[in-house]
Design a protein around this ligand. Structure first.
Ligand code: UDP
Ligand code: MG
Length: 210
């Protein structure tokens, strides 16, 4: 079974579009799947909308966090709950195109433990975001023994053994991308074009990213 793990924070408007793109792709792949949706303390109709989707497809599971803990904690909860032989982490706003899910699974079937999506370009990001992201990776990779691949987000597939390793890490305030890089494993990179946000605005303003 493949687990799709997706964090949702005030994404009610994106939810119908998200499922109408993800579910047909998963059905076509012909592998068993579940969609683990983590409601990260949304204050709009996200929870109600997720529960409605779940009523229509028993493979949708909904975790409801007691408040907004942030994406890193929501992903931790989602990976903890995922029961698949592999998990695919994807954003709710369709910036990570679900059409690449078969490529991620293809890499896994080739024998890779981690299959990463790397943005072919960052043209959908603002100049300020591109400059600060570039600086972040340069500084991080200069001072760290474990380099973090540039232009890589959380859109990725993790084999069960990677999930189990991540679950054993004791960190409580987590930077998932850093932990994903730290655990290692045989990794394949696929290129993708990051799409603009389906609707609404990023939940990570300049201050929060800092
Ligand atoms: N998200 C979350 N908790 C938060 C902020 C964001 O679960 O406190 C989710 C959000 O719903 C989306 C993903 O994390 O599915 C990425 O958020 P966003 O698109 O706002 O970030 P960006 O794409 O700008 O990095
Ligand atoms: Mg986004």
């Amino acid at each position: 079974m493949i687990s799709i793990v997706c964090p949702f924070y005030n994404e009610e408007d994106a939810i119908p579009a998200f499922f109408s793109r993800v579910l047909p792709i998963m059905r076509r792949i012909g592998e068993e799947y579940e969609v683990v949706c983590v409601n990260d303390g949304s204050i709009d109709g996200t929870l109600e909308s997720l529960l409605r989707e779940r009523d229509g497809d028993g493979r949708i599971r909904v975790l409801d966090l007691s408040r907004n803990f942030g994406k890193e904690a929501a992903l931790t909860a989602g990976l903890e709950a995922a029961g698949g032989d592999a998990a695919i982490i994807i954003d709710a706003d369709l910036q990570d195109p679900p059409e690449h899910i078969p490529d991620l699974i293809g890499g896994w079937r080739e024998g890779y433990d981690v299959v990463l999506g790397r943005r072919a370009d960052r043209s959908t990001d603002s100049l300020a975001k591109r400059l600060t992201a570039g600086l972040f990776y340069r500084v991080h990779n200069a001072i760290s023994d474990v380099p973090m691949p540039e232009n890589v987000g959380d859109f990725r597939l993790l084999d069960r053994k990677v999930i189990e390793t991540i679950k054993r890490l004791p960190e409580r305030r987590r930077f998932m991308k850093g932990l994903f890089a730290w655990v290692g494993f045989k990794t394949k990179i696929i290129e993708y074009k990051r799409e603009p946000r389906y609707n609404g605005t990023s939940k990570f303003g300049g201050w929060r990213l800092w």
